[in-house]
Write a protein that binds this ligand. Structure first.
Ligand SMILES: Nc1ncnc2c1ncn2[C@@H]1O[C@H](COP(=O)(O)OP(=O)(O)OP(=O)(O)O)[C@@H](O)[C@H]1O
Ligand SMILES: [Mg+2]
Length: 402
């Protein structure tokens, strides 16, 4: 691309009228001042926590609901004003928040909580138990009542078990001064089954449910969001309805709905269109779907990638047996020990769930039934995405043609 072309791109960007007035309100972490259809949850959380302002101990809480149902938004909407009122309370109150999936490790979760309590801890190096101990000492020292929020708590439990959570629920017994109340947030509805009954009863003193939004509710949410994000009248009603309907098609996920609204705005903007209409929503849907595939593909574990590579380069409708042979050949080339056929079969089911390939059971009359595998992504697509991947990229270059 020469300088002139770049220049033209910038000139065009400056001369096309913008559709957006405030794009920040479409960011995933933006919390709008109004949260329609969540008044009951806001009230329940507010009422559960309010006693802390008068020196009483609130119950531990579990917030539950599928992804994009407003759990984080409601929590932030309630905790921010609570945090602002903690200066004149009888007992000092602090709020410590960590999203355990984003923190990534148990150590970092505790380090984030420590930082929220103005406790300086090293980035790594301490034992988790020591870090926990220091947090308790700090709470006892400032005699503070701490509300600990563990968002996406299922990540922590799935990867590190429920020991730390148990310690949190029992911290009150160890603390002579100060107290900890826990708010756990989860979008995995089976999460409770992972917990030891003692931990569950400690954490689950009260529960707040977040049902999925209906398409109509998403439409209201999007209409309000569009009013603050776009120039008046630029987003058509039909576009908003379609965003809402598409986002409600699996379960009513407001994040998906807002994402769609942002991306369809970007598509329309790039086209130089004056209105955002349904065609932009459809294009946005495709782009999001494509991005989702790319992310899913990149983050697959090694053997999952090898199985997928085998599937996209095998002939179509291959049987699981044929696929397993190709997979083993790939493992040999990658210098990696192959997994058993049974395990590979489980990996195929997971890839099917991710929408990267389809596994169908086909009846073969009196020869019984067999499973046939068909990729849902093209070999070119997989090659483009995985070529830079050091673990499998080399295998894609010299794929033996059949
Ligand atoms: N009632 C609502 N009104 C307006 N916007 C909402 C509402 N509920 C959710 N949103 C918006 O939808 C997006 C997702 O919400 P949020 O992050 O709270 O979901 P979540 O339940 O925490 O999902 P996850 O389990 O995936 O973390 C955010 O941008 C949020 O602002
Ligand atoms: Mg959340």
């Amino acid at each position: 691309m020469d300088d002139k072309t770049v220049d033209e791109i910038f000139t065009r960007a400056l001369s096309t009228p913008t559709l957006f007035t405030n794009k920040t309100v479409l960011r995933p972490d933006y919390v709008p001042s109004r949260l329609p259809f969540r008044q009951a949850q806001v009230t329940a959380l507010g009422e559960a926590l309010a006693p802390v302002l008068r020196g009483f101990i609130p119950s531990n809480l579990l917030l539950y609901g599928k992804t994009g149902t407003g759990k984080t938004a409601v929590t932030r909407r309630v905790l921010t004003p609570l945090g602002q009122r903690t200066t004149h309370t009888t007992v000092p109150v602090s709020v410590a928040y960590s999203n355990t999936r984003m923190a990534g490790t148990e150590y970092r979760v505790l380090a984030e909580l420590a930082t929220a309590l103005s406790l300086r801890v090293p980035f790594t190096g301490l034992a988790v138990t020591e870090l926990f101990h220091r947090i308790l000492l700090r709470i006892a020292e400032v005699k503070s009542h701490v509300i600990v929020v563990l968002d996406e708590i299922d990540f922590l439990v799935k990867n590190y078990g429920d020991e730390t959570l148990y310690d949190f629920t029992r911290a009150g017994e160890k603390l002579s001064d100060g107290h900890i109340s826990l708010i756990g947030i989860s979008n995995d509805l089976k999460f409770k089954e992972l917990l030891d009954p003692r931990v569950l009863s400690g954490l689950n003193e009260e529960e707040i449910m977040f049902p999925p939004y209906t398409a109509d509710q998403l439409k209201t949410i999007l209409t309000e969001r569009a009013q603050s994000a776009f120039l008046d009248g630029t987003v058509t009603d039909a576009a908003i309805s379609l965003c809402a309907a598409l986002a409600a098609s699996e379960h009513g996920d407001a994040r998906r709905a807002v994402d769609l609204l942002r991306v369809c705005g970007e598509v329309a903007q790039r086209e130089g269109a004056r209105h955002v209409d349904e065609s932009h929503v459809r294009a946005a849907m495709q782009r999001i779907e494509q991005d989702r595939m790319v992310d899913a593909l990149k983050s697959l574990p090694l053997h999952q990638k090898l199985v997928l590579v085998a599937a996209v380069f095998s002939h179509s409708n291959s049987s699981t047996g044929e696929l397993y042979d190709d997979y083993m050949a790939l493992c040999r080339r990658a210098g990696s020990e192959p997994l058993t056929q049974r395990r590979v079969s489980a990996l195929l089911t997971e890839l099917d769930l991710l929408g990267l390939l389809s596994v169908r059971v086909v009846s073969q009359g009196r020869y019984g039934r067999t499973k046939k595998v068909n990729p849902l992504v093209s070999a070119d697509f997989v090659t483009e995405i995985l070529a830079p991947d050091p673990s499998v990229g080399g295998l894609l270059v010299h794929w033996p043609t059949k």
